[in-house]
Design a protein around this ligand. Structure first.
Ligand code: CA
Ligand code: CA
Ligand code: CA
Ligand code: CA
Length: 416
């Protein structure tokens, strides 16, 4: 469960990532103590068996994006070994019964800033990371772009076809006959360790796999993961939990190597919320650099990121070679604000709610939709009063070897 203000009205909203068939929930705060699920209004689809999630602005437009993890294997051989948990027949059934639009892979939902999201996971190259639990968007190399760490793995291959086709029938038989011997069958289920993933954010909605380059990636059954600047030297370190094994603790060497500057802030909130959970921080910088539009970065202080884990109560921005921030603005959870100007890089600020005043609903309000090049004319008003409804038919069930479906090509259309 993650929290952000999706409609920038000053009231926190909730995103719930759900495993199995139930769609994720995007609960909008109705300001009366209740919430309304509007996932189908904001998103076009969601990951079906959602595991961990992170709400964070990965493309530095100051709009909070959504990433959720699924289980799609990374390699072709494992994709073929495992039954897709959402085959077409099941997908059609789920649509018919109103289970939104489920996809069996990770999704990276870019916030378009106008109440809609676009899933860029395939474009960005982060859609297949095997049985993934944790996803953390954080700037690990201090270049100003939030990178992605994924922790994955599950001891027993219980979505493997061999298990479904050969072991499950035996288990059912033994249970039916009240025979002993289910445990040896379960022990016979194959085990396979996969490696975790770390991706560098290259900008332009592209992520590059840096596993092995940035850190050793032994194969493991990892689940929860968290970032924190353990040694307070200005870069984010990582701890990853493993099943039946010791944890991975990674010390980040960015500060030692001097490859990127940073700004950090510790927030001392109100007496009722001393860690200032729900506060947000916007930094603006590099406006004076020749030929460049000013840069900005946005963060919210929410410790629950990824899955089963809590990150440090810390605001951390990597800022590359920039040595001074023009402006840093904080919005505290009750709407109070304060700003600091001309902040030197490579320091940890101590900010206090008691020093803030006034009220703003959000540091970055939703912008008005941009003008379009075309306008849609009302078809019924022009005499074309017809809506084609496609019949639902699973071609692959009738002809398993066809490369694509042919019964959904729709009606022809001509003019004149
Ligand atoms: Ca809201
Ligand atoms: Ca964004
Ligand atoms: Ca980065
Ligand atoms: Ca560190």
């Amino acid at each position: 469960m993650s929290v952000t203000d999706f409609n920038t009205d000053g009231w926190p909203d909730i995103y719930v990532a759900n495993d199995f068939v139930h769609p994720d929930n995007l609960f909008i705060n109705n300001r009366k103590g209740g919430f309304t699920d509007q996932v189908s209004k904001y998103l076009r689809h969601n990951s079906m068996t959602s595991m961990g999630a992170d709400l964070n602005d990965f493309d530095n437009d100051a709009q909070v994006d959504i990433i959720t993890m699924e289980m799609f294997p990374n390699t072709n051989s494992r994709q073929k070994l495992f039954g897709n948990t959402n085959n077409l027949a099941r997908y059609i059934l789920m649509l018919q019964y109103g289970y939104f639009n489920p996809v069996s892979r990770n999704v990276l939902q870019r916030n378009n800033g106008n109440g809609t999201f676009s899933d860029l996971a395939c474009l960005a190259g982060v859609y297949k990371t095997d049985w993934s639990w944790s996803c953390l968007l954080a700037d690990l190399d201090n270049d100003g772009l939030k990178d992605l760490h994924v922790a994955n793995g599950y001891p027993k291959d219980i979505t493997r076809r061999d298990y479904f086709d050969f072991i499950v029938p035996e288990i059912k038989k033994n249970l039916k006959n009240r025979k002993q011997g289910v445990l040896p069958l379960l022990e016979a289920v194959s085990e396979f360790k996969v490696r975790n993933f770390v991706y560098q954010n290259n900008g332009n909605w592209q992520f590059e796999d840096k596993s092995g380059d940035w850190m050793t990636m032994p194969c493991s059954w990892s689940s929860g993961a968290a970032w924190a600047d353990f040694d307070a030297d200005g870069d984010l370190d990582l701890v990853v939990h493993n099943l039946n094994d010791h944890a991975f603790i990674y010390k980040n060497l960015t500060s030692e190597q001097g490859t990127g500057n940073f700004i950090q802030a510790k927030l001392q909130g109100s007496p009722a919320n001393p860690f200032a959970v729900g506060a947000s921080v916007l930094i603006e910088y590099a406006a004076a650099e020749a030929g460049q539009e000013g840069k900005k970065q946005y963060l919210e202080l929410n410790p629950n990121r990824g899955i089963f884990s809590s990150v440090e109560h810390l605001i951390h921005f990597g800022i590359g070679q920039t040595t001074q921030i023009d402006r840093l603005t904080v919005r505290w959870p009750d709407g109070r604000t304060q700003a600091k100007t001309n902040v030197q890089a490579n320091q940890r600020l101590q900010l206090k709610w008691a020093d803030a005043s006034g009220y703003v609903t959000h540091l970055v309000p939703i912008t008005a939709p941009s003008k379009t090049l075309f306008v849609e004319k009302n078809a019924p008003g022009m005499g074309a009063n017809f809506t084609h409804t496609e019949g639902v038919f699973n071609d692959f069930e009738a002809w398993p070897l066809i490369p694509w479906t042919v019964t959904d090509l729709g009606p022809s259309h001509s003019e004149g």
